[in-house]
Design a protein around this ligand. Structure first.
Ligand code: ZN
Ligand code: ZN
Ligand code: ZN
Length: 89
């Protein structure tokens, strides 16, 4: 299955991730609607074709051993972070 790869900066202190660029992983399957190898036209109605993309994968191309600017402005420090509280751009 194809999925998006989100390149971005990861702040290890607060655990926030900021997207910088998005690219596409191509699974190269002939029965996947999102692949360049898909053999049917764009309006393919084949029930055997994959028509869902997998969840995007985060690819931290920059690692910052600090809290992000948003957390700095909120005055949060590393001891106060919430699990699962992530920044979305
Ligand atoms: Zn695919
Ligand atoms: Zn198809
Ligand atoms: Zn943060």
């Amino acid at each position: 299955m194809c999925h998006n790869i989100i390149d971005g900066r990861y702040h290890t202190e607060c655990g926030h991730f900021f997207a910088m660029d998005t690219s596409r992983y191509d699974c190269r399957k002939s029965n996947c609607l999102f692949s360049r190898e898909h053999v049917h036209p764009n309006n393919c109605r084949s029930s055997t074709c994959i028509r869902l993309m997998a969840l995007p994968i985060r690819n931290p191309i920059r690692i910052s051993p600090t809290v992000c600017a948003e957390c700095v402005s909120k005055g949060r420090t590393s001891g106060l972070m919430n699990e699962g509280d992530t920044c979305k751009v």
